[in-house]
Design a protein around this ligand. Structure first.
Ligand SMILES: *[C@@H]1O[C@H](CO)[C@@H](O)[C@H](O)[C@H]1NC(C)=O
Ligand SMILES: *[C@@H]1O[C@H](CO)[C@@H](O)[C@H](O)[C@H]1NC(C)=O
Ligand SMILES: *[C@@H]1O[C@H](CO)[C@@H](O)[C@H](O)[C@H]1NC(C)=O
Length: 370
């Protein structure tokens, strides 16, 4: 990683040998660029690509929980221009349509029906739409925005004009299960269960208001209809033929999430061990910037490094990041294991993923700026 002062001296050194100098760029805009782009800007000042105007981003639904978070995450980006709707025009369909079509990328942070309506307003073939609702997650005309699914998924996102941003719980579940189904360890017809705990911010403004008032439940499981809206994407992108039984819960913390999948070895390929499951996940995510497979937690092993007080898997340690951590806790002798995914429900589970998908669709490498 280049320091600010070494980037500046490189900038000055190159500028003095360049016929056009680097006058169009203030040093402050160079500071926030990566080593390569700092060199590129100065060494090739006449390239039209480098002088391209900033990409215009419109966040439709900017006032909601996800919209606000996306906005925060894009603040300070000097490669983007955020275009916003005037307060008195929020309900003006024509104005929204104009902004949607003016943008290079629209991020829809709206309820499902409003998302469908907004997506139908695009009347050009240039604008990229990233939808954060459930509306298009299992629609074959949309690309599922989980780049870690596979190399081809990442490439599909890079070239897609319609990207559906994954649900928070499915992000954890799919990350754990998909590589194991692909490796033949979990049979596609396995009857799985998922237990999950989320920060209350996952419930949007309504639940935030409840949990930030005095009178609220300390913990609340839900999903008793056995028909949670995240189930279709959980099955589709893992390759499971049946939807799992899914029991989510919220509790008295704002941001964070643990998604847990308990497994009896009898559900798995014969002679599977915890180590083998861990190896498959480690290999799959070896090159990932944001997904990390944590050390195997075997029975009797010292799990203290993974568990708070040697006992608890805290859900909130990744708040405000785009990271996702995967855990395998196994007991080969007793033939039981539990797989866990930890993430920020508003980070990799929502706005972080939206920004990651935006970066990919703009052709930025995931690690740029890190
Ligand atoms: C996908 O797009 C095609 C072509 O525009 C259309 O015929 C089809 O109905 C779309 N499928 C869905 C699920 O919307
Ligand atoms: C599983 O392990 C048992 C005992 O070692 C062995 O007999 C059996 O062939 C193994 N099964 C497979 C599918 O490898
Ligand atoms: C997106 O790109 C920006 C600018 O390069 C970078 O700072 C940020 O870390 C990237 N975020 C993700 C989630 O990829």
């Amino acid at each position: 990683m280049m320091t600010k002062s070494s980037a500046l001296s490189l900038f000055l050194a190159l500028a003095s040998t360049s016929p056009q100098g680097g006058n169009a760029f203030s040093p402050s805009s160079i500071f926030s660029r990566t080593e390569n782009s700092a060199v590129g800007v100065v060494a090739y000042p006449s390239s039209s690509a480098l002088f391209a105007t900033k990409k215009k981003i419109f966040i439709d639904g900017e006032a909601g929980t996800t919209g606000l978070q996306v906005r925060d995450r894009l603040a300070g980006r000097d490669d983007l221009e955020i275009i916003s709707i005037a307060d008195d025009k929020r309900k003006d369909v024509n104005e929204r349509k104009r902004l949607i079509n003016e943008a290079d990328c629209v991020i829809l942070c709206l309820p499902d029906d409003a998302s469908k309506e907004a997506a139908s307003m695009v009347d050009n073939d240039r604008t990229v739409v990233i939808d954060a609702s459930t509306a298009f997650r299992v629609d074959d005309n949309w690309t599922y925005g989980f780049p870690e699914l596979s190399k081809s998924q990442k490439e599909a996102i890079q070239s897609s004009k319609r990207i559906s941003n994954p649900g928070c719980y499915p992000t954890g579940f799919i990350a754990l299960i998909r590589p194991l189904v692909t490796a033949g360890i979990i049979p596609p017809d396995a009857p799985l269960t998922v237990n999950a705990i989320s920060g209350y911010s996952g419930g949007g403004k309504g639940l935030i208001e409840i949990y930030e008032s005095d009178d609220h439940e300390p913990w609340g499981a839900y999903g008793y209809s056995m028909n949670h809206k995240h189930l279709p994407e959980m099955a589709k992108y893992t390759g499971l033929k049946r939807q799992p039984i899914f029991q989510p819960a919220v509790a008295t913390f704002a941001q964070g999430m643990v998604v847990s999948v308990p497994l009896h070895y009898s559900l798995l390929k014969e002679n599977t061990t915890g180590q083998e499951v861990h190896d498959v996940l480690s290999k799959h995510y070896a090159d990932s910037t944001f997904v990390k497979v944590m050390p195997l937690g075997e029975s009797g092993a010292k799990d203290a490094g993974l568990l708070e007080r040697g006992a608890f898997l805290r859900p909130d340690t990744l708040a405000n990041t785009n990271n996702l951590e995967l855990f395998v806790f196994s007991n080969d002798k007793e033939e039981r294991m539990v797989l866990c995914a930890r993430l920020d429900n508003l980070g990799k589970g929502a706005s972080g993923a939206a920004v990651q998908n935006l970066n990919l669709s703009l052709g930025l490498e995931e690690t740029s700026g890190l």
